[in-house]
Write a protein that binds this ligand. Structure first.
Ligand SMILES: Cc1cc2nc3c(=O)[nH]c(=O)nc-3n(C[C@H](O)[C@H](O)[C@H](O)COP(=O)(O)O)c2cc1C
Length: 243
């Protein structure tokens, strides 16, 4: 795909993939893109775990999470309820592409403490994870930061560069991706994932990103392409001068 086209096409695919496996040759291209991400002092402070083994994927899919009321309240600040709202605000996520269980939490806030609700929600979530052809885990290695007082800020910024390279390379190859961050916000879930993946504890490894990858199924749920205009955020020469 042409670069400008690819950047605008890149998207979150929030639904089931089909069962087609991803060939190793394609996976390798995605990993090569990660390999060449810019990092502070070329420190390359990341490790990536590619999970293809169906048993390991299944085990990982069982690691659930719970959201806090604070998270749900903050989340709904960014939820948009119509195309018109998206068009006028030019940010946020359309409600239809979000997982139903999160929307249920808004309609009935009591559910946040309902064990049965979380059990059912996590069962559905695990189907989504199990349906992935591959899971990719990106880990920040705190032992290889940049330098100076902002060393870990630079290090984590470079994880963002790895993220974007993986995402663009996948979508360019026709492979869909979704970042799944629910577990990452829950220390107990992170611990379980680290254990399953045998990531050494207390050695400076921090799990930063979980990608599910696969080929698109018949139906899709995608992110929105609404973005602010350049004139909304670009300034010319000085902050008070719009581009
Ligand atoms: C750090 C980060 C974490 C994200 N976590 C999730 C997530 O847990 N689940 C999800 O569906 N999308 C997640 N997203 C995707 C964003 O919601 C998405 O990029 C944004 O809404 C724009 O949509 P697009 O990716 O389709 O262009 C995440 C994105 C980033 C950068």
């Amino acid at each position: 795909m042409d670069f400008q086209e690819l950047v605008k096409f890149r998207r979150s695919s929030r639904w089931l993939f089909n069962n087609k496996p991803i060939p190793d040759s394609e996976l390798k291209k995605i990993l090569e893109a990660a390999r060449f991400a810019p990092t502070p002092h070329n420190s390359q402070p990341f490790e990536i775990i590619v999970v293809k083994d169906r048993n390991v994927i299944k085990e990982l899919s069982m690691v659930g999470f719970r959201l806090t009321k604070k998270y749900v309240d903050e989340h709904f600040h960014w939820v948009r309820y119509s195309k018109e709202e998206l068009e006028s605000k030019k940010d946020g996520v359309f409600i239809d592409v979000l997982p139903k269980f999160v929307n249920d939490l808004k309609d009935d806030p009591k559910l946040i403490t309902d064990d049965n609700f979380w059990k059912k929600s996590m069962e559905l979530y695990s189907i989504l994870v199990q349906n992935s052809a591959v899971l990719l885990f990106v880990i920040y290695n705190r032992n290889k930061p940049g330098v100076g007082p902002l060393k870990h800020v630079w290090g984590i910024l470079s994880i963002g560069a790895v993220m974007e390279n993986i995402w663009l390379a996948s979508n360019d190859l026709g492979i869909s991706t979704q970042l799944i961050s629910g577990q990452l916000m829950n220390p107990e879930s992170v611990k379980k994932i680290m254990k399953i993946l045998k990531i050494p504890e207390n050695q400076g490894y921090k799990l930063m990103l979980i990608f599910r990858l696969g080929y698109e199924g018949k139906y899709g749920k995608y992110g929105t392409k609404y973005r602010r205009e350049l004139s909304d955020f670009v300034h010319l020469d000085r902050f008070n001068n719009k581009y």
